[in-house]
Ligand binder design. Structure first.
Ligand SMILES: *Cc1c(COP(=O)(O)O)cnc(C)c1O
Length: 362
C-alpha cells in the first residue's frame, strides 16, 4: 500500500477504502470548484444539499432499500439508538423482546429497561456468547412492540446466519459492524441502525433505516433531537448534520456501487474470511473462539491456549505492520476485524504471519 499504510485490524474506527481517502484528499481544499472544503461549507448550501441527497439516494440504491423506508443520518453513535429505539417504538404496549448475543445487545436491553418492560427472548450468555440462538430457542411475545437483535456481534465474533421470524412484530437490528458487507433483505426489518465508523465512514455518523409506518409519536419526554419523526420530516437536517462523515459515506457508497454492489462486496468478504477460517481449522496452535454456524465474516476471534503466547502474537504482529489484533478484554485472545475496506492482501499477510509464528513457537 502507498503512504506506508499498515494493515489495520481495528474493530472501529477502522480502515476506509484507499480510493475514498485519496479522493477526500484531492477534494480537501476545494470541493468541486466551490472554493472551500466540505468541512467548511454551510449544510444549507446548494452544494452540500447535493451531497446529502445523493448519499440518501445511494443508500437506497446500494442496499436496495424500498421507498417505504426512510434513511436518517444522525449522531450519537449506535449507543444512542439503544435509548432512541425504545423511546420511539416502545409506545403501543410498552414492552419489547431483546435477544442477548453479546455486549452490545445486552447494553441495548439494559438501556431499554428505563423506558418499559424488556423481555429477554433468548440469550447465549451461559455459553459466553459463542453462538447465535436458533429460531426455536426464541421465546417471543406476540404483543411486543418490537424485537431487538444485534446482527453482527463485534466483540464475540458471531453473526446471525438467518433472519429470525418475528411474525407481525417489527424486527430492529443493530448492524453497526456488518452494514453493507453483504446484501440484506431490508423488508424483513422494521428498522436497521449502525454507527458508521466500522464499515462506512469516520466516527460521528449514525445511519438509521426505518419503515415509514413506524414513524409515530414517541414518548412525550423524548428530546426533539431523538425523535425519528422530526428527523425524518426534516430529511436529517433539523439541525447541522455530521456533514463530513455523510460526505465520506457518499463516497463509500459510490465505491461499493462502482465495484458492482453488495453482491461483489459479499464475494470479497467471503473470500477473505474463508482464508482465515480455513487456516484456523488447520492450525494446531490457533483456535476460533466461536461455534461453527455462527461465525462472523467481519470480526474473526481466535486464540492460542497460552496467554503468554497470545500476548507475544499481538506484540509481534504489530511490529510486522498488522495493528489492533488484540481481542476485546471480555473475550481475550485475538480478533481480526476484516471489514469491507480491508484488502484481501491484508488477510493473506495475516495468515502468512500466523503460519510463521506457529512454526517458530511450537
Ligand atoms: C461499535 C458498536 C456499537 C457502539 O457504537 P457507538 O457508535 O460507539 O455507540 C454498538 N453496536 C455494535 C454492534 C457495535 O459494533
Amino acid at each position: 500500500m502507498a503512504y506506508d499504510r499498515i494493515f489495520n485490524f481495528s474493530a472501529g474506527p477502522s480502515m476506509l477504502p484507499e480510493e475514498v481517502l485519496l479522493r477526500a484528499q484531492s477534494e480537501m481544499l476545494n470541493y468541486q470548484g466551490s472554493g472551500m472544503s466540505v468541512m467548511e461549507m454551510s449544510h444549507r448550501s446548494k452544494v452540500y444539499d447535493n451531497i446529502i441527497v445523493a448519499a440518501e439516494r445511494l443508500m437506497h440504491e446500494v442496499m436496495n432499500i424500498p421507498d417505504n423506508y426512510k434513511v436518517l443520518f444522525l449522531q450519537g453513535g449506535a449507543s444512542l439508538q439503544f435509548a432512541m429505539v425504545p423511546m420511539n417504538l416502545m409506545t403501543k404496549n410498552g414492552k419489547a423482546d431483546y435477544i442477548c448475543t453479546g455486549s452490545f445487545s445486552s447494553k441495548a436491553a439494559q438501556e431499554a429497561k428505563k423506558y418499559g418492560t424488556v423481555n429477554i427472548a433468548a440469550t447465549t450468555k451461559s455459553e459466553n456468547f459463542t453462538r447465535i440462538p436458533q429460531q426455536d430457542e426464541l421465546v417471543l411475545d406476540p404483543e411486543a412492540d418490537y424485537v431487538h437483535i444485534c446482527y453482527n456481534n463485534t466483540i464475540y465474533g458471531t453473526v446471525w446466519n438467518y433472519i429470525p421470524d418475528t411474525g407481525d412484530v417489527p424486527l430492529v437490528a443493530d448492524m453497526s459492524s456488518c452494514i453493507m458487507s453483504e446484501p440484506v433483505d431490508v423488508t424483513k426489518f422494521g428498522m436497521i441502525y449502525a454507527g458508521a465508523q466500522k464499515n462506512v465512514a469516520p466516527a460521528g455518523l449514525t445511519i438509521v433505516i426505518i419503515r415509514k409506518d413506524l414513524l409515530g409519536e414517541p414518548m412525550a419526554f423524548t428530546p426533539t433531537m431523538m425523535n425519528y419523526k422530526i428527523m425524518a420530516e426534516n430529511d436529517s437536517m433539523y439541525n447541522t448534520p455530521p456533514c463530513y462523515p455523510i460526505y465520506v459515506c457518499k463516497m463509500v457508497l459510490e465505491w461499493l456501487r462502482d465495484m458492482g454492489g453488495l453482491n461483489v462486496m459479499q464475494e470479497r468478504n467471503i473470500k477473505k474470511a474463508q482464508l482465515l477460517y480455513d487456516y484456523l481449522a488447520s492450525s494446531r496452535m490457533f483456535h476460533p473462539t466461536t461455534q461453527e454456524g455462527s461465525r462472523s465474516m467481519m470480526n474473526v476471534t481466535f486464540r492460542t491456549d497460552d496467554e503468554d503466547l497470545n500476548a507475544k502474537f499481538i506484540k509481534e504482529s504489530a511490529a510486522a505492520g498488522m495493528s489492533n489484533l488484540k481481542g476485546h478484554r471480555s473475550v481475550g485472545g485475538m480478533r481480526a476485524s476484516i471489514y469491507n475496506a480491508m484488502p484481501y492482501e491484508g488477510v493473506v499477510a495475516l495468515v502468512e504471519f500466523m503460519k510463521r509464528f506457529e512454526q517458530e513457537n511450537s
